[in-house]
Design a protein around this ligand. Structure first.
Ligand code: BDR
Ligand code: CA
Length: 313
């Protein structure tokens, strides 16, 4: 396989972020992973950076640097989600504390420096948490923009929010950062709840992962068993939606997904719908499209790809 993307994964692990990292680690023949940057989100930064290192150690990877980034959103107080992810953010993983070191320097500087050193259109950014680090990098050094091929993110919802009735978690936590990213002028792919709620970890799909019988699959099964509980109770579904790995699957097999190129605005003004992604699906406001909003997935194909990639780690 040849390299499809040179990518920085910006994340807030979180069990589904962790599975996304492992899926990416099993795909290094197709993804040139330049680094992992972490941000405050599901849990505070001191835990998200630690969790990224725990997962990277599980994969036996020593040559991908992990950076800590922004400890809070740009304008608003940090909101976390321990009620879904547990106190550590990675409950159920069965992993020890991290022993590998954090890379020196700040995640935002790493994103800026890596992009500046790249050719035009070379870098893909893959955020699976609040968009604080990505927005800060764009604000700090707008000269990175031509270097960015696309920003493929998990966040947003056309339909129902999961954190407020209007807003999805990643966009709700830092709506001002999301505004910067959606307005940045580079291609944005939004994998929001409209598609991730069609990627359900059913018992059969979880069993297929368990059957791999590796330390990675044991840890993933433990994480997803913990993580699914909240969503099964809340949504009454067979399993939980597996949000963040959809980003990695999109990088690897975009043909598993479909959507529409439309205009997306972020509400940063109203407390009632703060962080809502206002998606102009039917082109009502005549504004130029700024994002591809994905709403469909071949879920069986996605889980087959995920299981195959986890088997390689
Ligand atoms: C998103 O929020 C977090 O809880 C998950 O990690 C995912 O990135 C889903 O709304
Ligand atoms: Ca996440």
């Amino acid at each position: 396989m040849s390299i499809r993307h040179s990518v920085i994964i910006d994340c807030d692990p979180g069990q589904d972020d962790a599975v996304a990292l492992l899926m990416a680690y099993g795909s290094r023949d197709e993804l040139d992973i330049r680094g992992i940057t972490t941000v405050a989100g599901n849990v505070p930064l001191r835990l998200t950076q630690e969790n990224a290192r725990r997962v990277t150690e599980l994969a036996g990877i020593t040559d991908i640097p992990i950076y800590a980034g922004c400890a809070r959103p740009i304008m608003r107080d940090l909101v976390t989600a321990e009620w879904i992810h547990g106190a550590t953010g990675l409950d159920g993983c069965g992993l020890p504390d991290a022993s590998m070191s954090l890379a020196d320097g700040h995640a935002v500087d790493f994103i800026v420096d890596t992009c500046l050193a790249a050719a035009d259109g070379e870098m893909t950014l893959a955020p699976t948490g609040p968009l604080t680090n990505i927005a800060m990098a764009i604000v700090k050094e707008p000269a990175i923009l031509p270097k960015i091929r696309e920003i493929v993110l998990m966040g947003g919802a056309m339909d129902h929010g999961n954190t407020t009735p209007a807003a999805e978690f990643n966009i709700y936590v830092d709506p001002h950062a999301a505004h910067v990213v959606f307005e940045c002028g580079r291609p944005v792919v939004m994998l929001g709840l409209d598609v991730t709620h069609k990627a359900i970890t059913t018992p059969a799909r979880l069993d297929a992962i368990k059957r791999l019988g590796t330390p990675v699959s044991d840890s993933v099964a433990g994480m997803l068993t913990f993580y699914n509980k909240y969503d099964i109770d809340r949504y009454g579904m067979e399993g939980g939606p597996l949000h963040d790995p959809c980003v990695i699957a999109y990088l690897l097999r975009p043909e598993l997904f479909s959507g529409r190129h439309v205009h997306v605005a972020i509400d940063t003004k109203s407390e009632l719908s703060m962080g809502k992604t206002v998606v102009d699906w039917w082109d009502g406001n005549d504004q130029a499209a700024n994002a591809t909003v994905i709403d469909r997935i071949d879920a069986d194909g996605f889980y087959a790809l995920l299981t195959e990639r986890l088997a390689r780690v």
